[in-house]
Design a protein around this ligand. Structure first.
Ligand SMILES: [Zn+2]
Length: 137
């Protein structure tokens, strides 16, 4: 099985021979690649992170903005791994990108977490705090 080096989809079609190498076209993102090519490899880190954020209720566009991976790739991963999220759409979290010091200051203030749920996930050299105002009317 051949995976697209751009979005890691396994749906592709043969698309001619270039320089004696079979070329493929990804059906998901239209990226052309050949089997031997060492393309832009999507780090598993970003796949996991994107799916994690998706599950937390963020939109594709938000994930694109935060991680810098195309929303098309994120959509393909969601499809590929058959991710379904339990949240309804009017239940949307807010998020902040913080460094370690800002994060500890944030948690140091109890009011920041009153009546809310929060998770922290590593994001490169910073941290992302995702927060739900659960009990807001
Ligand atoms: Zn692709």
């Amino acid at each position: 099985m051949k995976f697209c080096p751009n979005c890691s989809s396994d749906k592709n079609i043969k698309s001619g021979i270039v320089n004696n190498r079979q070329r493929y076209k990804c059906k998901a993102c239209s990226y052309y690649f050949s089997v031997e090519k060492v393309g832009k490899k999507i780090d598993d880190y970003y796949v996991n992170k994107a799916l994690q954020l998706y599950l937390e209720g963020l939109t594709y566009r938000e994930i694109e903005r935060i991680l810098g991976v195309s929303h098309v790739s994120v959509m393909n991963w969601v499809k590929k791994y058959n991710i379904k999220r339990p949240y309804n759409s009017n239940y949307h979290p807010t998020y902040k990108i913080l460094n370690a010091l800002e994060l500890s200051e944030y948690f140091g203030n109890r009011d920041n977490l009153k009546g809310a749920g929060a998770v922290v996930t590593e994001l490169g050299d910073k941290f992302m705090l995702i927060k739900w105002e659960r009990f807001k009317a």
